[in-house]
Design a protein. Sequence first.
Length: 253
Amino acid sequence: MHCHLTHGRLLPDVAAVLARAREAGVGAFVCAAGDLDESRAALGLAHRQGDVYATAGVHPHEAAAVTADLEHRLRELASDAKNVAVGEIGLDYHYDFSPRPIQQQVFAEQLELAVRLGKPIVVHTREAWADTMAILRQARVDGGRVIFHSFTEPPAHAVAALDFGATISFSGIVTFAKSTELHETARLVPPDRLLVETDAPYLSPEPVRKEKTNQPAHVAHVGEFLARLRGVTAEEFARQTTENARRVFGLPR
């Protein structure tokens, strides 16, 4: 699901990347973006590939580069029929590539636009949980439209996200043997509030963790791991998470 198909590690071979994923059973791709140029590229790819959909947004790493025309440019992209969400947006206090006050301002501005457009919101949060939730609440966001992508938070934060109404998406990180607390988190998410993703080309899951470039096809490994962890069949888990993605992103059947 959530992947970065316009990244330099995937785009040159994107036709083969998509073909491998389709063969592995992937029915749709949400091509995530980190800045406005990437958002435009994702939308272009979505228009060329029927099963690819785009997001539009500015990642917290890029917040300091935002210009005064952010709202206008983001509105243009997010209003397109093949755009399914504003994202990925949020806060990242691990790297602090952009000053925290600027991250917070840009996050709030994009939330405001997403609310006005009625779009789902893909949230990136790292070591910034309290501020992330505070800004979401201040923006009066409908929690049912929020997807916490590549979730790595402890169980208590998952409970808070679920109470807010959000959907939680797990990436390859959940398959790592040392991610024991995240395994606990993954067990408690209700079946209808859970998604799987690769975040390709990042975060290759076990058993292909040594691959430098992750592939959307590897979402099958994440799904199979979570199915075992949660005590359901891989087929039932795939059916449920596919239905969840269609509902949350408004994808066609």
